[in-house]
Design a protein around this ligand. Structure first.
Ligand code: GLN
Length: 366
């Protein structure tokens, strides 16, 4: 096997889900909902299977490209449908950088960014976020990390794993940096509809000529296993980026693309995202207040369905076995710099019952 298969080690998310199943633990690790997707999505899929069953164009089913474009207020010409956010990010890594290039990212980072950069031959350059009472991007450090080899800045908004959301001023300064150094911005916005205050800034609106946005039907419509995502490219670049995936998956699952095309306008019209935010907001408060009443320090998220907290002295692999609660260790999100002592990420996209039981188990264990 080629030495690049060193990158095939099991991801922390897969590992913690496997251990959770093995030990009968409550899984507050990998971010996927416990509840089923909404009926309007499932019904659309039932209708599509048996009528939309053959290849779609690699760039995506036209009606889904249009639905995504309509939802985001962009041109359908600039939309590519992918097999989830992960394939979208992989296609961008292949299209944007290669050997000797560098990609600047923040730490803590979402795990797929590093292997994807390396598969493309590029080197990730990490800039740690500052953690005081909240997570903040260190803009001077971000600028210092940029070299003549830098091709892109890769970030998420809302941010996985911290749950933080960039302020408009921070986003503007990041965009200015990218302009000054002529860099692409890859903005992973798969949690775009999951926020608890002001809607997050869309980086594309600040610099459409240099921002690639990644989105996810799995995240928005609570069907993470469907693997339907998208990229919005700067004008004119979609055909070349989409052309790359002809050589791997060719296209995403056709009936599921059709179902998502039908569901996106329904979700918007029926206030599905608003209801989702309210429901997740309640579960966030439940988890956060529970952790605080156990005397633990938490960092309140402004978006995503994750929160970070300090659980000093605990080890995730021991916790899942002994307390039967799975959570993600902060160290999994750091490459070069040390993770803050005792940092963990906990997912609250689970039922209130599961969250309450997990808190009870933690309370007994601590
Ligand atoms: N996005 C999910 C998370 O952060 C997991 C995705 C994955 O397992 N690749 O938990």
């Amino acid at each position: 096997l080629h030495p690049r298969t060193q990158l095939s080690r099991e991801s922390i998310f897969a590992q913690m889900s496997r251990l959770a199943a093995q030990h009968g633990a409550i899984n507050l690790g990998q971010g996927f909902p416990s509840n089923p997707p909404p009926d309007f999505l499932l019904e659309a899929a039932r209708r599509a299977i048996g009528s939309v069953d053959q290849y779609t164009p690699p760039i995506g089913l036209p009606r889904l490209r249009e639905a995504v474009a309509e939802d985001l207020g962009v041109s359908p010409e600039d939309v590519i449908i992918t097999a989830g956010g992960t394939e979208a990010l992989h296609a961008l890594a292949e299209a944007l950088y290669g050997p000797d290039d560098e990609v600047v990212m923040l730490e803590p980072y979402f795990d797929v960014y590093i292997p994807q950069a390396r598969i493309a031959g590029a080197e990730p350059v990490m800039v740690p976020m500052q953690l005081t009472e909240r997570w903040e991007v260190d803009l001077p450090a971000l600028e210092r990390a940029i070299s003549v080899r830098t091709q892109a800045i890769l970030l998420t908004n809302p941010y996985n794993p911290t749950g933080s959301v960039f302020s408009r001023a921070e986003a503007q300064r990041i965009v200015e940096l990218a302009r000054r150094h002529d860099l692409w911005i890859i903005s992973d916005e798969v949690y775009d509809e999951l926020y608890f205050g002001e809607p997050p800034v869309r980086f594309r609106e600040l610099a459409p000529e240099r921002v690639f946005t990644v989105g996810s039907a799995g995240k928005r419509l609570e069907a993470t296993g469907w693997r339907i995502g998208w990229i919005v490219t700067p004008p004119g670049l979609a055909p070349q980026v989409a052309g790359m995936r002809q050589w791997s998956s060719f296209c995403s699952a056709a009936p599921l693309q059709a179902a998502v095309a039908e569901a996106l306008p329904i979700a918007r019209k029926e206030g599905f995202y608003q209801a989702l935010r309210e429901s997740y907001g309640r579960r966030k408060d439940l988890l956060e207040q529970g952790l605080r009443s156990l005397g633990l320090k938490t960092f309140s998220p402004a978006g995503t369905y994750f929160l970070t907290a300090l659980l000093p002295g605990l080890e995730a692999q021991t916790l899942v076995r002994e307390a039967k609660v799975a959570i993600i260790p902060g160290s999994a999100f750091y490459l070069h710099n040390p993770a803050p002592q005792g940092l963990f990420r906990l997912a609250f996209c689970k039922t209130s019952d599961e969250i309450e039981q997990a808190l009870e188990r933690l309370g007994h264990y601590l």
